[in-house]
Design a binder for this molecule. Sequence first.
Ligand code: UGA
Length: 426
Amino acid sequence: MNIVVIGTSYVGLVQGACLARLGHSVLCVDIDESKVARLREGVVPFFEPDLEEIVRSEMQAGRLSFTSKITEAVMIQPAVIFLAVGTPQSENGAADLQYLKAAARDIVAAVQSTALVVIKSTVPPGTSKKVKEWLGSDFEVASNPEFLREGKAVSDFFNPDRIVIGTTSDRAEQLLRDVYSGIFTQVFVMSPESAELTKYAANTFLASRLSLINEVANIADHVGANIKDVEAALGADPRIGNQFLRAGAGFGGSCFPKDVLALDHAAREHGYAPKLIAPIMEVNLGQTERFLQKIYNRFDNIEGRKFSVWGLAFNAGTDDVRESPALRIIEKLLERGAELCVFDPYAMASGRLVLGDKVTFAPSMMDALIGTDALLVLTEWEEFLYAPWNTIAELLSERVIFDGKNFLPHKDLRDVGFEVFGIGLN
Ligand code: UGA
């Protein structure tokens, strides 16, 4: 099938490259000419495991190409056009649909109305209707939200838990079933509004789960319980489940914070004021503060203290630092006059864009430790787990580790003589 994907960021590029791998002919469109030029050279502008290999081999096979001109789409007469442009948070918390509107305008000018327009971007319920209005009545519009985690996006694409198709049209449903015919999973067909709400609800549910387990970890801190033991026993109940149950110094990323606020805003716009949604983000921001408080309690004077920081990315497996708790923690420590030496295996370039010369960027995780008092571990990269702790004990002037992800082997570290702080670990 001939397919156009508009937008080549995390969602659009994974969608386009993986659809090509399924055998479709895919043209990816992005208004950013320099990005398109790099993609044409086979360079993916962010780190996502396996993605660059797929982009290169699919380009070589002639199934994947890139352009900055939507008018080129007319040449391949696409059966389906995926809209995968950004829907960033606007000042009042609502999703900003300006890029979606601009893309719709481009489509009308360049593509035949026989193409099915599918919204892949995360959008508030009711957006499919708006896009149809922008496109004009000849176009059919469907919703097909994504459930890809950064760092695991390629694997999530090929092994999804479900595919959600939001349409009331048999033709649109069949086209989307054909698009994904190479993928074996359950397909849920529903109205566009339900599909749009499913996406927001999924992220809000997951985020609420994290804020709830973080609250339990905070309680564990106060009552002398161990959150790791609690997580294990809680997760054994299949009604609760053991995934997404790791407490820490707060969650981040470009999705949860934005989508939770956008759902809250969308509900209010439709006359309903949710009571549970806003506190998810309050707890999340408070979580970072509570982690910082542990540092302030341990070192009463932060001014002039030197800390090494391992991990900048919001999640292991990505170089994305958007809304990363690591950056929130770093900024607060800098405000108090700390000196920081940071390392991340993949997110150094993206970290540098945000932090500039406010911190020192170390060439390796061991270099980051030299001359520092204590270590903060803020992203759960696997290589941090297997660090040479005996050597590290010699490098830090005080043997203190703050684990913002609760993932280090705390008992082993204590055996080596470290003081270790996590969240709710007693
Ligand atoms: C999330 C969803 O998981 C995807 O299904 C969705 O498609 C995506 O948003 C999106 O809307 O595009 P993502 O934000 O990329 O994916 O990554 P997650 O793996 O969900 O992690 C989000 C945050 O939660 C990270 O900061 C992570 O460290 C944190 N987390 C995750 C925890 O603190 N504890 C856990 O147990 C799991």
